[in-house]
Ligand binder design. Structure first.
Ligand SMILES: [Zn+2]
Length: 88
């Protein structure tokens, strides 16, 4: 068990099945970020917006495929990153 202040962002989390979990079912202590491979832009995604919009019942994997980079407009192979908030 590692104790770190920083949030480790990974493409998937061993405890999260991205093809099963939706913004509505993902536990509160996870944060979502998006990263664009074309321009390296990275931004945090507002989970509240996802959980109450039309994306509410879309799997996290599905959301990853829908991401559009706000910096360069790229809509291909954007990565959805999942981070776990430190709980200490
Ligand atoms: Zn971009």
């Amino acid at each position: 068990m590692k104790h770190r202040r920083s949030i480790e962002l990974v493409p998937g989390h061993e405890a999260v099945q991205t093809d099963m979990e939706t913004p509505g079912t993902l536990p509160q202590w996870y944060v979502l970020h998006a990263r664009c491979p074309a321009c390296q832009h990275q931004t945090q995604i507002n989970r509240g917006t996802l959980a109450y919009g039309p994306t509410r019942d879309v799997s996290l994997a599905g959301i990853g495929r829908r991401l559009i980079c706000t910096a360069c407009g790229n809509r291909r192979t954007n990565e959805l990153l999942i981070g776990k908030l430190p709980r200490d």
